[in-house]
Write a protein that binds this ligand. Sequence first.
Ligand SMILES: NC(=O)C1=CN([C@@H]2O[C@H](COP(=O)(O)OP(=O)(O)OC[C@H]3O[C@@H](n4cnc5c(N)ncnc54)[C@H](OP(=O)(O)O)[C@@H]3O)[C@@H](O)[C@H]2O)C=CC1
Ligand SMILES: O=C(CO)[C@H](O)[C@H](O)COP(=O)(O)O
Length: 482
Amino acid sequence: MLGDIGIYGFRVMGENLARNIESKGYTVSIGNRSSSVIRDFMEGKGKEGNFVPSYSMEEFISSLKKPRKIMLMIKAGSVVDATIDSILPLLEEGDTIIDGGNSNYEDTERRVKALEKKGIHFVGSGVSGGELGALYGPSIMPGGAKEAWDGIKDIFMDISAKAGKNGDEPCTTWIGAGGSGHYVKTIHNGIEYGDMQLISETYAVMRDVLGLSNEEMAEVFTRWNKGVLESYLVEITADILGEKDEKGEYLVNSILDKAMQKGTGKWTVISALEEGQPVSLITEAVYARILSSMKDERVEAAKLVKRPVSEVDKEETIKNLEMALYASKMVSYAQGFSLLKAASDRFEWGLNLGEIASIWRGGCIIRSAFLDDIRKAYDKNPKLMNLMVDDFFQKELEKAVSGLREIMVTGVRNGIAMPAMSSALAYYDGYHTENLPANLLQAQRDYFGAHMFERIDTARGEFFHHDWSGQGGNTASTVYKV
Ligand SMILES: NC(=O)C1=CN([C@@H]2O[C@H](COP(=O)(O)OP(=O)(O)OC[C@H]3O[C@@H](n4cnc5c(N)ncnc54)[C@H](OP(=O)(O)O)[C@@H]3O)[C@@H](O)[C@H]2O)C=CC1
Ligand SMILES: O=C(CO)[C@H](O)[C@H](O)COP(=O)(O)O
C-alpha cells in the first residue's frame, strides 16, 4: 500500500490532518522525527485506517506514490529548512513539498525559489482551525508553486471546512505565488490576535466594572453569539467562562494573566510598518500580550495607584459593549484587509480579497457570520479603498460606533486599559477626518530640520521650506519616502 500523500510531523496538527485526509478515502503515509509518536498512533487510533507508518525518512519517502506529495506539519523556522534538506536527496523532479506550519512568508518566498531550481514544487500553506479544525475541516490557504495545485487540489477541497448557505463551499482556494499563502495565514492570525484582545477587553469591563459573575458573562456571550457577533471566538469564550476545574472552581479565574505568542502577530505588525498601513489594532493587541507578560512589574506597580471607580448602568453598559465589540471588529478587519491589499499590490500576488474572506467563513479560528458580509463587499467592489467605506459597513459602523464611544468613557473613568478598542476609535475618527493636525507637525519638522512641506493651495508634490526662526538658511533637506 502506497500513500496518496505523506504527513511528516505528527503532533496536534499533523495527526489530526492525517486522520481527516484518511477519513476522506485517501491512503496517508505518516512520519515524525520521534518515531515513538508513530508507533503509539499505530497501536491506537491508527490501527483501523489506511495509514502507512514509517520510522525513518527513507522509509517515509519510499512509502509514497509518485509524483510524491509531502506535507510538513512541524515547528516553523530553521526546523523546516533542516527537514527539507534531509528530504531533498530522496526526491525526484516533479515532487511536491507542502509546508502546512505557521512559517514566515519571507522564508516561504525563499524556499519556493530555491526548490524551483531543483525541480521540486514548494507550497507554503496556511492551515487554520487548531486541533478540531484539522480533524473535521480546517481553512487552508495554499500558495507558491502553482504547478502543484492540480495534484493537491482534490485532497484540500475534500478535507477543508465547508461554508455557505448549503454548506458546500470549500474553505480553500489557490491564494497566489511565492509566500502569499503564508502571508494570508499571518494576517489571519494577526486578526485573530485583534479579535481575542477585543473580547478580553470586553471581559475586563464586565468583570471589573460591572462585577458580573462568570455565569452571567457566559450568558451574555452566548446571547451575543446569536447576533452580529456570531463567531467561533465568541462561542468558545462563553464555554471557557463557564468551565469549572476538578475543585469546582471556574478554571479561567485560576489562569495566570500572562499571554504568550509564537510570532505571527508580530510579523503582521512588521509587515504593516513595511507597507505603510496603520494596522493599529493588531499592533495594540501584540503590545497588550507583551504588557501582560510583565506580570511581576505590574504586580509591583499596581500597589502604587488606586483604580478610579465610576457608577455605570449595567444593562446599558452591556448593550454598549456589544456595539463596541462589533464596531472595533469592523475597524480591525478594515485594517487587516487594507494590509492584504497593500502587500498584494507590492508583491504582485493578485490576492482575491473576496475569496479570502470566503475561505475564512468556516474552519478557521476567526470564522464568523460577519466574514460573509466582507466577502460580499469585495465581490461587489474588488478595488474597495477601505472596508469602512463600503455601504453596508459604513452604515453598520455608524450605528455601532456610539456604543464604542460610551465604552471608552466607561473604560477611562474606571481605569480599564482598552488599547485595542481605543485604537479602533482613533483609527475610525482619524480616517474620517478631512483636516488632521499634521499641518502643524509638518511645520515643526520644517522649523527644526528644513524638511519641507506641501501647501493646500499648490499642486501636490511641490515642496516648500520657510525660514521660521529668521536665522535659518535657504537650504532644504531632501524628501524621503519611508
Ligand atoms: N497547534 C495549533 O493550533 C496550530 C499550529 N499550526 C502550526 O502547525 C505546525 C505544527 O503545529 P503543532 O502540531 O502544534 O506542533 P508543534 O508546533 O509543537 O511542532 C511539533 C512538531 O515539530 C517537530 N519538530 C520539532 N523540532 C524538530 C526538528 N528539529 N526536526 C524535525 N522535526 C521537529 C516535532 O517532532 P517531535 O515529535 O520529534 O518533537 C513535531 O512533529 C506548526 O508550524 C504550528 O505553528 C498551525 C495552525 C494551528
Ligand atoms: O495558527 C494558529 C491558529 O490560527 C495557532 O494556534 C497559533 O499558534 C496561534 O498563535 P499564537 O500561538 O501566537 O497565539
